[in-house]
Design a protein around this ligand. Structure first.
Ligand SMILES: Cc1cc2nc3c(=O)[nH]c(=O)nc-3n(C[C@H](O)[C@H](O)[C@H](O)COP(=O)(O)O)c2cc1C
Length: 188
């Protein structure tokens, strides 16, 4: 099972970084697989610590993918010297136990050192799921055909129209804009 999380890491000099990332659930922890090159990969290799943050604020997922750093507060994790999302529903503090190198996508085997809950989960929402899917599409614009993107966005739009709140509508708008901008740039 893969949980879509916001992974927070820091550089050796302490600069915080956040990135949406799939965390594969394994006994006692997670496997993280950041693509090469990425800041998350560099930070994981250098510090061997991370926080897996669980949030239902899809603006963070969508904002990171389009480089719109929405106002996201970070605070210090409880037991490791790593930033975490201040408003996460819950978070897991992990240490890298081992790594498997790969030219494209290395694997980091992470052990959960500490878990903490902060806020109530308010239930599933189709628009949140749709924005998450759109963010995955947007993060792969160069790899997918226009036809596939248009088909999937048209389907996802139904859930957004029916069930979104203001935050989901805002994040959905960024995804639609990002696709249009990508095509405009490609054409010029
Ligand atoms: C839901 C979701 C899941 C993602 N999962 C991964 C992942 O497992 N590995 C990865 O390298 N990028 C993943 N991405 C894309 C990264 O978040 C994005 O490329 C990011 O910029 C990572 O690079 P950075 O660490 O340099 O910021 C995902 C994006 C979304 C929206």
């Amino acid at each position: 099972m893969i949980r879509e999380a916001i992974v927070t890491t820091r550089s050796l000099s302490g600069e915080p970084h956040l990135a949406p990332m799939g965390a594969t659930v394994v006994e006692g922890g997670y496997i993280l697989q950041p693509f090469r090159p990425s800041r998350t990969l560099e930070n994981l290799a250098a510090t061997r610590i991370a926080v897996i943050n669980f949030t239902d604020d899809v603006r963070i997922f969508a904002g990171c993918v389009v480089g719109k750093r929405v106002q996201v507060d970070v605070s210090k994790a409880t037991h490791i010297d790593c930033p975490r999302l201040a408003d996460a529903l819950s978070h897991d503090e992990v240490t890298v136990e081992s790594a498997e190198d790969d030219p494209r996508r290395p694997k980091f085997f992470c052990k959960t050192y500490h878990s903490e809950g902060h806020r109530r989960f308010e239930g599933m929402n189709r628009a949140k799921a749709a924005v998450l899917e759109a963010a995955v599409l947007v993060s792969r614009l160069g790899m997918l055909s226009d036809e596939k993107i248009d088909q999937e966005m048209a389907y996802l739009a139904i859930a957004v129209e029916k069930t979104a709140g203001p935050e989901e509508l805002e994040a959905w708008g960024w995804m639609v804009e990002a696709i249009a901008e990508f095509r405009q740039k490609r054409a010029s």
